[in-house]
Design a protein around this ligand. Structure first.
Ligand code: C2E
Ligand code: MG
Ligand code: MG
Length: 403
């Protein structure tokens, strides 16, 4: 197993070197930098498993540091350093809301050698497992499974399908969410195998439900790296044939950023998928930078509005305006719309009144295991929901006037 690597950023070089020396004693390959610019360069080559971040630097140079972490290094274990009184104020909130890695430990200055060693040893043990060898072993041992989050039709309230989400059942750490291992997996050859596992499991699940007379659809997430091979569409199609599942029951979700990374290649592979009968959904829409011209050329059938826009659209007029514009754009391009991250009845009412066709989120259900999803399907099918729909109530308070 490769040693854990830590990158330390502190404006004071002496502090950085001190922490690096202690990390090295705990078995880390450690480096310290003093500026955001140096950090950006070193993180790309060192690919650290851990980052130690001085929150005072976040306050002054934070944006760049946090954007870099959120965009490319979701899997790092982030340790933040605060001043003696622990008051980190706005800087720690910036970290929390940056969509970047979660804070694994908080270190208070002045830093004692004993405390630092303890933190490094703890976190090294917890994270040492996530590296290329561990991922390959997990794939070989099939330590992955899917959970299923229902997608709800906002006119009638029934379940239109599920999104399949990947979980790693780690023998020592329990369930690990994709945010912790996918960013690394996507840089490795193992990502193709992982996606094959996801698609095979999804088809197997559809087969089992179908055998019981439960017809539904599953959406699976695909990474940009999976689109490198022109044979991708053919491979997924062959898997469908083998499982006896019609391709239109599998929806391939691709993030806006992934689709735009190499639009020419994406266009080619997505067209092949569409020709074979698969549906394509553009995931996390609204946070990337797609040009409208590219968007209308790509053969998507569904547009999924990012949670970041949905989360406050009952309170923020600006979010409502953006969501409304996206829904209108989708409609004009002939795409169906789905809102992700619905957590409250208020946001549900807003997106429904803005004309969104379907939604998913904790307000309806968290991701469910296969048995729970099956029970859900039996009770929330189109027929069952017609009698007992709880979330599409006719007396829901209108928020449309607020847009
Ligand atoms: P995503 O495709 O946008 O999936 C939605 C994520 O939001 C899921 O997180 C889901 O559990 C979470 N979520 C759903 N409803 C709510 C809500 O109301 N509030 C909040 N706060 N969160 C909600 P999860 O399962 O941790 O997945 C994170 C991301 O990892 C996914 O985002 C997707 O991009 C990626 N991912 C998941 N499974 C796979 C997979 O099999 N293959 C690939 N390539 N990527 C995957
Ligand atoms: Mg998705
Ligand atoms: Mg999404």
């Amino acid at each position: 197993m490769t040693p854990s690597r830590v990158l330390i950023i502190d404006g004071d070089q002496a502090v950085g070197s001190y922490i690096a020396a202690i990390a090295a004693k705990s078995g880390f390959a450690a480096e310290a930098v003093t500026s955001a610019e140096e950090f950006r360069q070193r993180i790309a080559t060192l690919r650290p498993s851990h980052v130690v971040l001085d929150l005072r630097l976040v306050a002054t140079q934070g944006d760049e540091l946090l954007r870099e972490l959120a965009a490319n290094h979701q899997a790092v274990r982030l340790m933040v350093m605060t001043d003696n009184d622990g008051s980190v104020g706005p800087a720690s909130r910036l970290v929390e809301f940056s969509n970047g890695p979660k804070i694994a430990a908080t270190l208070r200055k002045p830093l004692s050698a004993a405390d630092l060693s303890a933190v490094f040893e703890d976190t090294a043990d917890a994270v040492g497992a996530i590296d290329e060898a561990a991922l390959q072993q997990a794939v070989d041992n099939r330590q992955f499974h899917l959970v299923f989050q229902p997608k709800i039709d906002l006119t009638h309230g029934h379940t239109v399908g599920f999104e399949a989400l990947l979980r790693w059942h780690h023998p020592r750490r329990g369930i690990i969410l994709p945010g912790e291992f996918l960013p690394l997996a996507e840089t490795l050859a193992v990502m193709d195998e992982l996606t094959t596992i996801v698609i095979d499991r999804a088809l197997d699940q559809l087969r089992r439900w179908s055998d019981q007379g439960l017809e539904t659809t599953l959406a699976v997430n695909v990474s940009a790296v999976n689109l490198k091979s022109f044979r991708f569409a053919d491979r997924v199609y062959q898997s469908c044939l083998k499982a006896g599942i019609a391709p239109d029951r599998l929806i391939i979700e691709l993030t806006e950023t992934a689709a735009m990374a190499d639009p020419v290649r994406a266009m080619d592979i997505m067209t092949r998928l569409r020709l074979k009968g698969f549906r394509l959904s553009i995931d996390d829409f609204g946070t990337g930078y797609s040009s409208l011209v590219q968007l209308q050329r790509l053969p998507f059938s569904e547009l999924k509005i990012d949670r970041a826009l949905i989360i406050d659209c009952d309170r923020s007029r600006q979010s409502r305006i953006i969501v409304k514009a996206i829904i209108d754009l989708a409609r004009n391009l002939g795409l169906s719309t789905i809102a992700e991250g619905i957590e409250t009845a208020e946001t549900l009412n807003v997106v429904r009144e803005l004309g969104c066709q379907s939604a998913q989120g904790y307000h309806f259900a968290r991701p469910l295991d296969a048995v729970q999803a099956e029970t859900w399907l039996k009770t929330h099918s189109r027929a069952a929901a017609a009698d007992s729909c709880t979330w599409i109530s006719s007396n829901s308070q209108s928020l449309a006037g607020k847009t």
